[in-house]
Structures are given as structure tokens and as C-alpha cells.
Design a binder for this molecule. Structure first.
Ligand SMILES: Cc1cc2nc3c(=O)[nH]c(=O)nc-3n(C[C@H](O)[C@H](O)[C@H](O)COP(=O)(O)OP(=O)(O)OC[C@H]3O[C@@H](n4cnc5c(N)ncnc54)[C@H](O)[C@@H]3O)c2cc1C
Length: 424
């Protein structure tokens, strides 16, 4: 079997690592040059790590550049075998896969297997989905990586690791993210060895610091971490320390991820709209650069630009601000995230953007985030916004989320509903 590790860069809980002939493959993605240098570096580290894991077990990773389907078809023809790929959620990925002649899908990126789902159409909204799967399904325990694997068949040249430019670590970062399965397992071990899981629900909305949420998303997105492994880690933590709201809530968030993995293919092309994105206007450029004059937006965008990560609270706010306050097509924002996020995941990104913009899996028409109120609520002393926006250093806590009242430049927009927050 050929196993294409496209976005499932791991050996732990990896279906398809069986048989006497095994050819693990990774093909440089077609849109690789559009990714930020940081996203590429994170991915390349994941590829290098999975190659090292394979070599340690007697196998190797075949790395190729070029048309992925052609590469896989050629190998499959030469070896007279099928191609196993983790079932994707994205439209382009599925279109690409349709060109692979002997394709088998595995469920390596989801908690559940497609054949086990208790419905044909994914229930909407999320709550309906969650209730159905929580009632009907169990998450299968993850399968550990095999100790040994067969060598590559003779005559197959492994190929070179992708070359990436070195990226600087921004001194303001809260943590370093190293791609790959080894790093993923260390991060999960360290997280559950601490007491953080037991207070996740209280801390998950924090923007400042590394401790608020699990920060597993970069590895889940690149597939160097199995969601079933995380689920199991929660179960193990609960057996030792007991269940509480927080341990449940980690699962709850994994179910959000799961929802979007199944919901996105159901939307098809409609979710992505016209492939021709509108031309980026100066207002959009200011949003991208974190130069809107609104600290809650600017700090989060600067964090994204500097690190490739942004908290969920931040993502909701900057997305709402773009779509609802600036009135810019949300797809431009989603595409910007796609370029920069090291945890970019087609389903989670486009699904959440559509949700926040009120264009997707959202039962509420008016999902508008009052970014000033959110700033006051989630960053009451302005610690986070000051960390990313030097120009706020001398602004006092009372005005840190509306610094224009303390002499800073006016924000790009000033929705009337902000007055209520500013005036208490
Ligand atoms: C506009 C927007 C764009 C987003 N784009 C992405 C993306 O490209 N990739 C991505 O992984 N997540 C995306 N998210 C979801 C969420 O923001 C991140 O998964 C989360 O911030 C990652 O940090 P964490 O691992 O510490 O999350 P935790 O809070 O620790 O959650 C644990 C895991 O649950 C999953 N999860 C949590 N919240 C969500 C959610 N709302 N939707 C889907 N899965 C979730 C993630 O896999 C996460 O690692 C987006 C959210 C918004 C609002």
C-alpha cells in the first residue's frame, strides 16, 4: 500500500500502516508558495519528523514535488497497489483525490469513522450534531505506532526534504511551535501532566500567555497528532483526577472540530463562494497589518503575523470586525488566515469564518462581537493589547481599549453600539 501522509503526518494512530509493501509518501502541496514562511517551516518540521520516525522503524518517506495525483498514480502503477489517504474535508483536496485511480480513504483526521456516523446528512447546527454523536458513538481508542515497518521496495528514491527559509522567533511570542509528531506527543504529555486540563473551561478564553487553552491545534491540523489520542488523554486524565466541566469542555471543543470536518464537505463549493476573491482594498490591508486603531483587533492581528497563532477569542473578534464592522467580504479574511495560520485547517478555518460572518452553520442572524466589550471582558487590564501594541504603553487601563479618547488616532470605524461600552 502507498500511504499519502498529506495532512496526517504521523505514525501513531495511523490506519494503513500494514502489509508487506508499504510506501509512505508526502508531496509538496500545490499552493506551498502561497503559505507564509512560518507555516511552511512548521509543515517542513513535521515532514522531517515523520521521516525520522519511519527511518527509525526500517521504512522511509518518499518526498516528491509536482502533480500529486500523477506522482501517486505512477507509484501505484509501478507497485501494483492502492493509495491510502486520510479523508479530507476541503473541496480542492477532494477534487485532487478524485484523480487518484486506486484511492482508499482512511479516517485518520477525525474522531469517528465515516461508516459509523449515525446520519447521512450532518445535523445542523452544532448542538444537534453534538447530541447525536454523543449519544450514538464512542471514540475508538488510538492505535499505537508499530515498532517496525517494511523497508521501501528496491529502486524507490526517497527524495529530499522540502527546503524552507529559516524563520525568526518573535521575542513577544508566548511559546515556540515545533512541527512534528515528536513535539506533538511531548506537548500533550506535558499538558496532561500539569493540572491545566482541570481548569481549561475557566482559562480557555485567555489571549495573553501560553496557558489558556491547550494549543494542540497546530499539530491536530498537520495531522501529527490524532484527535483520538487527545480524546484518550482526556479519559486517562479523568481516571486519575476525576471528571469536571473543564475535562468535558476539551472534548466539547474537539467535537466542534469534528463537526466542521463533516459539515464542510456537505457545503461543497457554496462555502467558498466565488473562487475569484474581491480585490484587496486599503481597509483590508490595514486589518491585515493590525493597524485599525482598535487595540483588540490590532493586537490579535499582530500576534498572528508574528507567530502564526491567534487565540479563539481573538479569531472571533477580528473576523467579526472585518465582516460586520468593516463590511469586507469574509472570504478575504479566511484566505489571509489560510496563508498565515500554522494551525490552518480548511474545515475549521472556513467553517468558523462562515459562522462568525453569519454565512454558515449559525442559527443566530446577528452574531456581532462588540470588540470593545470583548476587550474589557477578556483583557480587563489591557495586558494583552499592551503586549502587542507598543503605542498603548502610556495609555491607562480605563482607556486602553479605546485609546482615541486619550489622544491616539481615531479607529477606522466607530459603530454606534460602542458608545454604550465607553460610557459604561
Ligand atoms: C475565524 C476563525 C478561524 C479559525 N481557523 C482555524 C483553523 O484554521 N484551524 C484550527 O484548528 N482552528 C481554527 N479555528 C478554531 C479555534 O480558534 C482554534 O482551533 C483554537 O483557537 C486553537 O487553539 P487551541 O488548540 O489552544 O484550542 P483549545 O481551546 O485548546 O481547543 C482544543 C482543540 O479543539 C479544537 N477547536 C477548538 N475550538 C474550535 C473551533 N471553534 N472550531 C474548530 N475546532 C476547534 C481545536 O482542534 C483545538 O486544538 C478558527 C476559529 C475562528 C473563529
Amino acid at each position: 500500500m502507498i500511504i499519502d501522509l498529506r495532512d496526517a503526518l504521523r505514525l501513531d494512530d495511523q490506519p494503513g500502516l500494514t502489509g508487506d509493501t508499504l510506501v509512505p509518501v508526502w508531496v509538496v502541496p500545490a499552493d506551498w508558495s502561497q503559505w507564509s514562511a512560518r507555516r511552511r517551516a512548521f509543515a517542513a518540521a513535521g515532514v522531517a519528523d515523520v521521516r525520522a520516525q519511519l527511518r527509525a522503524r526500517g521504512s522511509d518517506l518518499v518526498i516528491r514535488q509536482g502533480d500529486r495525483a500523477a506522482v501517486l498514480n505512477e507509484l501505484a502503477l509501478a507497485l501494483d497497489c492502492g493509495v491510502s489517504v486520510a479523508r479530507p474535508a476541503g473541496l480542492d483536496e477532494r477534487a485532487d483525490d478524485r484523480r487518484i485511480t486506486r484511492l482508499h480513504y482512511s479516517d485518520a483526521r477525525t474522531l469517528y469513522a465515516q461508516d459509523d456516523l449515525p446520519f447521512d446528512a450532518v445535523p445542523e447546527p452544532f448542538t444537534a450534531f453534538r447530541k447525536r454523536v454523543e449519544k450514538a458513538l464512542q471514540v475508538a481508542p488510538p492505535v499505537p505506532a508499530p515498532d517496525a515497518l517494511p523497508p521501501l521496495p528496491a529502486g524507490i528514491e526517497p527524495g529530499d526534504l522540502p527546503k524552507v527559509d529559516p524563520v525568526e522567533s518573535d521575542p513577544r511570542r508566548y511559546r515556540d511551535y515545533q512541527g512534528g509528531e515528536g513535539a506533538a506527543q511531548a506537548v500533550v504529555r506535558e499538558y496532561f501532566a500539569s493540572s491545566r486540563a482541570g481548569r481549561y473551561k475557566k482559562t480557555r478564553n485567555a489571549m495573553h500567555g501560553a496557558e489558556g487553552s491547550t494549543k494542540f491545534s497546530p499539530w491536530l491540523a498537520q495531522g501529527s497528532l490524532s484527535p483520538r489520542r487527545v480524546w484518550q488523554a482526556v479519559t486517562d486524565y479523568e481516571s486519575e483526577h476525576g471528571k469536571n466541566d473543564s475535562t468535558y469542555w476539551i472534548r466539547f471543543e474537539l467535537l466542534w472540530r469534528e463537526y466542521f470536518q463533516w459539515w464542510t464537505p456537505q457545503q461543497g463549493a457554496a462555502l467558498f463562494g466565488s473562487r475569484q476573491l474581491p480585490k484587496a482594498m486599503p481597509d483590508f490591508e490595514r486589518w491585515c497589518a493590525g493597524d485599525t486603531g482598535v487595540p483588540m483587533v490590532d493586537a490579535n492581528m499582530r500576534e498572528l503575523n508574528a507567530t502564526g497563532y491567534m487565540s479563539n477569542r481573538g479569531r472571533q473578534n477580528v473576523a467579526s470586525f472585518l465582516a460586520k464592522d468593516l463590511g469586507i467580504d469574509w472570504r478575504l479574511g479566511a484566505a489571509y488566515f489560510e496563508t498565515h495560520l500554522i494551525d490552518y485547517d480548511v474545515a475549521s478555518n472556513w467553517g468558523n469564518w462562515a459562522y462568525v460572518a453569519g454565512d454558515g452553520a449559525d442559527p443566530r442572524d446577528d452574531r456581532w462581537f462588540n470588540v470593545l466589550l470583548q476587550g474589557v471582558r477578556y483583557d480587563p487590564k489591557g495586558t494583552y493589547v499592551r503586549h502587542w501594541c507598543d503605542e498603548l504603553t502610556l495609555i491607562d487601563n480605563q482607556q486602553v481599549h479605546w485609546p482615541w479618547l486619550a489622544g491616539a488616532p481615531q479607529p477606522m470605524v466607530h459603530p454606534p453600539r460602542w458608545h454604550g461600552v465607553i460610557n459604561g
